[in-house]
Design a protein around this ligand. Structure first.
Ligand SMILES: [Zn+2]
Length: 464
């Protein structure tokens, strides 16, 4: 009898608290969908400012703009956190062609990879050799590679349902392809764009020379998927063709930039900090609407929606707009460095950096106990078609904060179209859908609300 009563009471209390949570979450979604600010902010970032590569005038304009907008929200504190960032400039548009016979050429779309060195002023013309990955270099050996351009052509695997898995299956070609091919005497590298679609947009992205001495660095460019297929077919017909490319990008000294931060002080546990963020910098070819303008404006809207809903967070909630995720991660590293030096107690970090598409759920980087707890919240998201709660990665910018007892999470939108736009000229505002963007902001706000209301297990209580 007593047990029955206890169960009844427990059930009753669950019902009551669920009703309160359901109501609060409904209010958050309603506000985001009727009175959201994310889309207007994104419109400004994309159409008034544009691509925001670290160290550029546009990156500084984005810092000023988002700081002013956060100031206007009546948060408890808004500030800029200085950070030195690399400054790489693309220069004049790149140019490339396939030469099947002397004088018989076909132009193909390319773009320099971020961080690449320039070609000589006259460009590079040489035989080109196709490989499916870095591991092929060793098989070919220095005698087959020296004096040639290496063409990395392993495509993203279309059978992977998460396009991020397909991306991580090829991105080593882009990131380390030049460093590795340089060791075999290659003159330059051309990398198939990380794109599942056939189109004419080359996709840039970061690359590294590792510890290769400056004089041994070879230029690297991405070729569009259609260009890559044309090049590959042409090579099958005649392996002796030449490839020409020219680019005049340049690396300058580091410059000062900023992470933009705003916070609402917690009422009960002000020293327990929860952050929500995205990265303010973007590549320069498009306007960075999906990557990561969407994550920036969604994160800003989380704090606005929390305030507008009348909910008083127990813990301190911070929005962090990180600088330089794309080609250095300096902002994320700086934020973690300052947090650690101030002995700040971060209990939850959420990042949105996977595009402004329909939200599907979250991935969590946390303990099994913490994951069991967040899974208990899953049913609250069902009415909004949010169903994917998985263990996995979170976000690049919040990664450096990783510490025992800190729950990290990443918003997981539908990923099918993300790599159509990622790091390319067509990552632009018109490809972001207003409702999808707002649903993402509401989904993030709801998770922040639950994480604040319930905290994460007993571990935090001891730590806090
Ligand atoms: Zn990004």
């Amino acid at each position: 009898m007593r047990i029955t009563l206890l169960i009844a009471l427990l059930t009753l209390s669950t019902v009551f608290s669920q009703t309160a949570d359901e109501k609060q979450i409904k209010a958050i979604y309603d506000m985001a969908l009727t009175n959201g600010k994310a889309y207007d902010w994104l419109n400004h970032l994309s159409n008034q400012i544009g691509g925001r590569l670290s160290g550029s005038v546009q990156a500084q304009q984005a810092v000023d703009y988002t700081r002013n907008q956060l100031d206007s929200l009546g948060l408890d504190r808004v500030w800029l956190q200085p950070v030195m960032v690399p400054k790489w400039v693309r220069g004049t548009p790149e140019f490339a062609y396939i030469e099947t016979k002397p004088g018989l050429t076909t132009n193909v779309p390319i773009c320099a990879l971020g961080g690449s060195v320039a070609t000589p002023d006259v460009g590079i013309k040489a035989n080109i050799i196709e490989v499916k990955g870095i591991e092929d270099l060793e098989k070919l050996g220095i005698e087959n590679i020296r004096g040639k351009i290496v063409f990395y052509n392993r495509p993203m695997d279309p059978t992977k349902i998460s396009t991020f898995s397909a991306y991580s299956g090829c991105v080593d070609q882009r990131y380390s392809g030049a460093e590795e091919a340089g060791k075999y005497g290659a003159l330059g590298v051309i990398v198939r764009s990380m794109n599942l679609r056939q189109d004419d947009y080359p996709h840039t992205g970061s690359m590294s020379y590792g510890d290769t001495p400056v004089q041994n660095r070879i230029p690297a460019a991405a070729i569009s998927t259609k260009g890559a297929d044309l090049l590959s077919t042409t090579l099958q017909l005649n392996p002796d063709i030449n490839f020409y490319f020219k680019q005049n990008c340049k690396q300058f000294d580091d410059v000062e930039s900023y992470n933009v931060i705003g916070e609402i002080k917690g009422t009960t546990y002000p020293n327990e900090i929860m952050i929500v963020g995205g990265h303010l910098d973007s590549w320069d070819l498009g306007d960075g609407s999906h990557d990561d303008g969407a994550g920036v404006v969604q994160s800003m809207d989380v704090l606005r929606l929390i305030k507008a809903s009348g909910y008083k967070p127990k813990r301190t909630i911070r929005v962090v707009l990180f600088m330089n995720e794309e080609n250095g991660l300096r902002g994320g590293n700086k934020y973690a460095e300052v947090a650690k030096s101030k002995k700040e107690n971060h209990v939850f970090a959420l990042e949105s950096d996977a595009g402004g598409f329909t939200p599907r759920g979250f991935s969590f980087d946390c303990s099994d106990e913490e994951f069991a707890q967040v899974q208990g919240w899953k049913k609250l998201f069902e009415p909004y078609l949010i169903h994917m709660f998985i263990k996995g990665g979170s976000g690049a910018d919040i990664g450096p904060l990783k510490d025992e007892g800190l729950v990290l999470a990443g918003l997981r939108p539908d990923s099918q179209r993300y790599f159509d736009h990622h790091h390319a000229e067509n990552d632009t505002f018109e490809h972001v859908n207003k409702r999808e963007l707002e649903l993402g902001a509401a989904t993030m706000t709801s998770l922040i609300y639950l994480a604040d209301k319930y905290g994460f297990g007993i571990q935090k209580k001891i730590k806090g």
